[in-house]
Design a protein around this ligand. Structure first.
Ligand code: SF4
Length: 321
């Protein structure tokens, strides 16, 4: 099987991060979303995933328990789970893992300098959204949504609906912060579409810094995002139909997983052919391993069913209906 075997003929769903990929570079989007080329997990991704899970669990606890020590414990607990399932063999040594862990705990300590998690109750955590909008289906997971009370310049209090995204990477310089709100504006659009309420504010919490960027939003901004998203959806479908994926070089290429292997801007056709062959072989190996695991699990399930759970003929008949 090669990377292109399962290429779709039309777009089924689009997430904010994939929409952002296409905006940045259609060729990178293709590598990630069409070819589905696996990339090696990084320590930064591991930190982000673990911190998100720990913060989600923090807010599931009573306000009085949302202490730094508790968050550190939740981070350790979350990492012990994710390490087994998503990030095996990420670190070459125990020392590397320990250093990473200490750096992560420092980020979490810094979190308490930018907000007080005991001062509010989130309405939603890790909202799993899959929303049809016109011809599109947009999906994604929103970190948090809450209602906060704020006094205006005249001292009149009002309630604001706020959606929040955590970042464990460094904040961009303020003059580039506008672009960072792209995903949150899409989430605000999804909230407006599903709940009929326009969020008042979006917030990016950068734990590394720490830094908070805030943007008040309105229906006009979300209407513009709706149009932009529709244009992106159509552009991706056109790219799929014509198999046209221009590589768009930018300063962000330095963070692209494909710069050294498949990108036509930075590699010769011969180098790309070698990389492609290696990737196809790796993907074929993974597919084979997954098939073997599935077969082994299926056999195990069959034998346990035979040994431990005699089939109830009446149940089978009901199920058969
Ligand atoms: S290195 Fe740059 S131009 Fe090449 S695929 Fe990645 S983002 Fe696109």
């Amino acid at each position: 099987m090669t990377a292109n075997d399962a290429a779709p003929t039309t777009l089924l769903t689009l997430s904010p991060s994939r929409a952002s990929d296409f905006k940045q570079c259609p060729q990178m989007y293709k590598f990630k979303s069409i070819d589905r080329i696996p990339t090696e997990p990084t320590v930064h991704q591991a930190r982000g995933t673990t911190a998100h899970l720990a913060l989600e669990r923090l807010f599931q606890q009573p306000a009085a328990d949302r202490t730094p020590e508790n968050l550190y414990d939740l981070f350790r607990q979350s990492w012990s789970e994710l390490k087994l399932t998503e990030y095996p063999n990420l670190f070459e040594s125990v020392e590397d893992e320990r250093e990473w862990g200490l750096g992560s705990l420092q980020l979490l300590a810094d979190y308490f300098t930018i907000e007080d998690p005991t001062s509010f109750e989130p309405n939603e955590l890790e909202m799993d959204l899959r929303v049809p909008i016109d011809e599109m289906t947009i999906r994604g997971i929103l970190d948090r949504m809450e209602t906060v009370t704020e006094a205006d310049s005249l001292g009149v209090e009002r309630e604001l609906l706020v959606i929040t995204d955590y970042k464990t990477g460094k904040a961009p310089p303020e003059q580039y912060a506008g672009k960072a709100f792209f995903a949150l504006k899409i989430y605000a659009l999804l909230i407006r579409t599903t709940q009929g309420v326009t969020p008042d504010r979006v917030r990016l919490l950068y734990l590394n810094g720490p830094t908070v960027y805030t943007l008040d939003i309105n229906d006009a901004q979300l209407d513009a995002m709706h149009q932009q998203l529709t244009a992106l959806w159509r552009a991706i479908n056109k790219a799929i139909a014509t198999d046209t994926w221009p590589a768009r070089e930018s300063v962000l290429c330095g963070w692209c997983d494909f710069k050294e292997t498949l990108c036509p801007v930075f590699n010769t056709p011969a180098e790309i052919a070698v990389s492609r062959a290696e990737i196809d072989a790796e993907m074929a190996g993974r597919a084979k391993a997954e098939t073997e695991v599935t077969a082994a699990e299926s056999n195990a399930a069959d034998s346990s069913h035979t040994a431990d759970e005699p089939v109830d003929a009446s149940t089978e008949a009901v199920s058969g209906d």
